[in-house]
Ligand binder design. Sequence first.
Ligand code: THU
Length: 156
Amino acid sequence: MNNLNINAKIGIFSYNELNSEEKLLIDNAKEATSRSYSPYSEFSVGAAVRLSGGEIVTGSNQENVAYPSGLCAERTAIFYANSQHPGRAVEALAVAAFTKGDFTENPVSPCGACRQVILETELRYRQAVKIYLYGKSKIYVIDGIKDLLPLAFDSL
Ligand code: THU
């Protein structure tokens, strides 16, 4: 028997170690938490995507009393970006979460469904999406979805 060992590279940064473009994207994700509709979980998630050309589009989680009908912040942002700017590549994504009166101490990581959508975005635009996961004590920086979704579905 052999093993397939999978490694994920995740950089750990403080806010001040990031450049101004990265800080701006994170600031937008944090601000987007204020537009969350999350009366059921009381967990407000914000996402910001930077498109080729530099434009930033944000989204937030939108819940529903029929729970599975709600949508995460990441997919809200990506689907909105694709529907408003279908030809523009998604270069980077930042995610932040606010609950119980403050931003989370630790980074919030995208759910499996959002990872699958980020993968599709990379394939569609043929470029990696750089991912910033914000937490008050540390920020995870990931070069692309392969580090969050190893062994992804591939129909070939
Ligand atoms: N949620 C997101 O929007 N993004 C994530 O990465 C994790 C979870 C939302 C879904 C739900 O509205 C709430 O957070 C609690 O799970």
